[in-house]
Write a protein that binds this ligand. Structure first.
Ligand code: GDP
Ligand code: ZN
Length: 328
């Protein structure tokens, strides 16, 4: 009976929150009532099936025990199951990974066709990773103010490659706050990320959503990641209009992924839909006969550029190319 009462009072004190920042041993936790608590972990909280250097990541929904109510200090006692998470391979401990962020609702990939040019190679790698992590993506074609009518036709043609596959694509101009106002609504209640090359307008966009936010993606990257030994701590910034922007300093795409080469085509949605029609069930869609995917490239049903990028990624023998694209 005593035990039952003990647990009852203990559980009564448990509060719910989301980890918005981690410094390794302390976690900043935001509660539903907009309180900010500093929390530590009690003992060893381990998650089944995840070999990671950090047991708790930014984005985790957790339960915590208020230890020092007046100082807003607590102890994390439980992590809710993650719906997804992005990782970065640990440099020294090869089999362990560092979880950068979890429970990501949406990622916006900023694309510019000029100033700077975003290649389909970069886009397709980004999309493959998002598919593998099961994070929905919207492609935001930024800086459309730079184009005349002919230029816009070219943007729309480029866009149609991705629209035909089913990706949501929108034209924006981050320097014109009206054109990105709709994002405030979309982000409200969600945890989102922005990706894209340096110079595509991520900071400008974030600034349009909240002028008080100063996310210096590109500057941090060059200083910190030259040797790639620095631990990257992601952070989630609450927006005044609701929702969070996840910032992963120095990383412009996602972390590295471990999957079998044979799985790669699962993450190209248009190839994934066709692969069941290949003659061989283990078809890699490279040189095999009676390949439904190669046939679809011939007829134009599958975009030849996307297929080319598939073959390039398929022929990568190591992570180096991936690394170059992801860290800068
Ligand atoms: P980041 O490296 O992705 O954060 O890119 P920035 O936000 O720093 O933007 C790089 C440059 O592009 C800056 O000079 C911005 O003013 C400019 N820029 C961003 N968005 C737009 C846009 O919609 N139109 C134009 N013309 N320039 C933009
Ligand atoms: Zn095939």
């Amino acid at each position: 009976m005593i035990v039952i009462i003990y647990f009852y009072t203990k559980n009564n004190k448990l509060k719910k929150g989301t980890v918005i920042k981690s410094t390794g041993s302390w976690y900043k936790v935001m509660t539903d009532s907009n309180e900010f608590w500093d929390c530590r972990i009690r003992g060893k909280l381990r998650l089944k099936g995840i070999q990671s250097t950090n047991p708790i990541s930014v984005g985790d929904n957790i339960l915590f025990d208020a230890v020092e109510e007046d100082k807003l200090e607590g102890v994390i006692t439980k992590i809710e199951p993650r719906k997804n998470y992005i990782v970065r391979k640990s440099i020294n401990l090869s089999h362990r990974s560092h979880i950068l962020a979890s429970n990501i609702d949406h990622v916006y990939l900023l694309v510019t066709l000029i100033a700077p040019e975003t290649t389909t190679g970069f886009i397709d790698r980004f999309l493959v990773t998002a598919e593998a992590y099961q994070i929905p993506v919207t492609l935001l074609f930024n800086k459309v103010d730079l184009f005349d009518a002919d230029g816009l036709d070219a943007v729309n043609e480029f866009k149609s490659i991705y629209e035909n596959i089913g990706y949501r694509c929108l034209n924006i101009s981050a320097t014109n706050p009206h054109s990105v106002e709709f994002l405030k609504n979309e982000i409200s209640g969600n945890k989102v990320m922005f990706g894209g090359h340096s110079g595509v307008g991520k900071s400008t966009l974030v600034n349009a959503l909240d002028p008080n936010l100063d996310i210096r993606t590109s500057e941090i990257s060059e200083a910190n990641l030259s040797g790639m030994h620095t631990t990257t701590f992601a952070e989630m910034h609450p927006l005044p209009t609701g929702g969070f922007i996840i910032d992963t300093p120095g990383i412009r795409a996602f972390g590295l992924l471990d999957f079998e080469k044979a799985e790669l085509c699962h993450y190209f949605p248009e190839l994934n839909r066709l692969r069941g029609d290949c003659k061989f069930s283990n078809c890699q869609h490279i040189s095999e006969p009676k390949c439904a995917i190669k046939a679809a490239v011939e007829t134009g049903e599958v975009d030849a550029g996307r297929y080319y990028n598939y073959t390039m990624m398929h022929s990568d023998d190591d992570d180096e190319t991936f690394r170059k694209d992801i860290y800068k």
